[in-house]
Design a protein around this ligand. Structure first.
Ligand code: HBI
Length: 93
């Protein structure tokens, strides 16, 4: 799926990604950790996966919370790359 995902494809992909929500042209999930050190360790893992994929999250971190938003800017919406990175994010928790 190199092109923008259809609503049906998005729905099917999100069934495999508990907690992720479709917002506008992306998917989002908020993560909470015990402290900043754990949040940062998680972000380091996700950053390495993102760089390896050449696909990068929009994210914010406040102390122990990390909000991640994934969207394929080049395609103007969601693609398989977002769902693949979301799976890697889940594996990094
Ligand atoms: N990351 N989320 C996201 N979406 C993109 O379209 C994207 C990216 N990282 C790199 C990238 N595109 C490159 O293909 C170029 O746009 C530099």
């Amino acid at each position: 799926m190199a092109n923008k995902a259809s609503e049906a494809e998005i729905k099917a992909a999100l069934e495999q990604l508990p907690g992720w929500e479709h917002e506008d042209d992306g998917i989002e999930k908020a993560f909470e950790f015990d402290d900043f050190k754990q949040a940062w360790a998680f972000m380091e893992k996700v950053a390495a996966e993102a760089e390896a994929m050449d696909h990068h999250p929009e994210w914010t971190n406040v102390y122990n919370k990390v909000l991640i938003r994934l969207s394929t800017h080049d395609a103007g919406g969601l693609t398989d790359r977002d769902f693949k990175l979301a799976q890697k994010v889940e594996a990094a928790v």
